[in-house]
Design a binder for this molecule. Sequence first.
Ligand code: PLP
Length: 437
Amino acid sequence: MTAFADQSCAALATVSGCDLAVPLVQGGTATYANFDYAASAPALRQVTDRVAELLPYYASVHRGAGYASRVSTDCYENSRKTVARFLNAADDQCVVFTRNTTDSLNLLASCVPGDTVVLDTEHHANFLPWTRNGRRVVRAADTIEETIQRIVAELCAKPAALLAITGASNVTGELLPIERLAWIAHQCGTRILVDAAQLAPHRRIDLQGTGIDYLACSGHKLYAPFGAGVLVGRRDWLDAAEPYLAGGGAVRQVTATEADWAPAPQRHEAGSPNVLGAAALAAACDALAALDETTVTEHELYLAHRLRYGLKTVPGVKFLRIWRDSTDAVGIVAFTVDGFEPGQVAAYLSAEHGIGVRDGRFCAHPLLAKLGVDGALRASIGLGTTAADVDRLIDAVSSLVEHGAKWNYGRTEGHWNPVPETRPFGGDAAGAAPCVL
Ligand code: PLP
């Protein structure tokens, strides 16, 4: 039984797949309880509507005089404006469409004219790209205050071009004080990049208000899974750098021997752009902007609290946390269960209960090592999550600990799976459910 079982808290928005029936290993189906928003969030209804509306007009961008081409080009450029507006970007900040956060961070890494300072708590996407120029790693302390002091010491010891920091941890959801870090960085003559892959889906971000110079995020985590992400930021570094990719669309003039590269954002967007991805991202920005921010935050805080409170009552459950003094987090709860491997628990939740969570090291190996675990479970909450989903997850973990699994599980190719596996996967399984764009 769970702590707040009689309270109801409906989803805040309609996401695709919210009433998806998934097969169970023991037979029958369950409505899918998605706790993997932090990996990839399902599309918002407004996003799929917009994509469906645009599909008949899908055509080349910046490359055709035909009516559909003109519509596609307009839509692509307007999407840029929508993203800039959503993030309150300054006039000297431009929006470059990329594939995802990883792509955005690699792009910026190719433009930074100097060292980058990072924490050892970062997702690999905000850790590995910076080795190109000069990456200086600050070891996070067990409090935010001490961690900030270490960042200050590093920035004062030697000039750095960039402080690259995550807005919300993809492992624990904990937040760093971005505005304060931006102020500190600027005092040291350093710019700040925020990896907002996890922050943007949960909190409104004001680039001008907080002083963020660069921001990266992914459409597929922002309820717009159509293959686009963005790098938003100050254009001088972007204009001075070599184009990220060389090719059509990134140049003004080409001769047999030379190229006159266009300024950003086109400079870094060679090749045919992903107009549907950009439009989907813009539609998600508009849909999120229309939601009341306080309601969204309270919804997630309530559900995350409910989940933690319920899991705390299950013997052997331990939570992951980076900082002792952190007071705010987005809806992500990472935990381990004594006596069970994380992959085993995740396989059981999926197979016997139709619940999707993430397990593993979350592309944050240095952080997991620091926290002293070699894997964990992560339940992440989004706009479609309900209190009933939360209660199902708590009850399922509790039942595993109390009674054990009802099915057998084994490791195949490094992953835990039910033995035998009875559920259909692949095209046939997806085709069984009606897919409406
Ligand atoms: N940064 C953070 C904090 C993340 O959580 C992720 C993905 O989980 C990434 C970067 C990479 O995002 P993507 O896989 O969309 O490039």
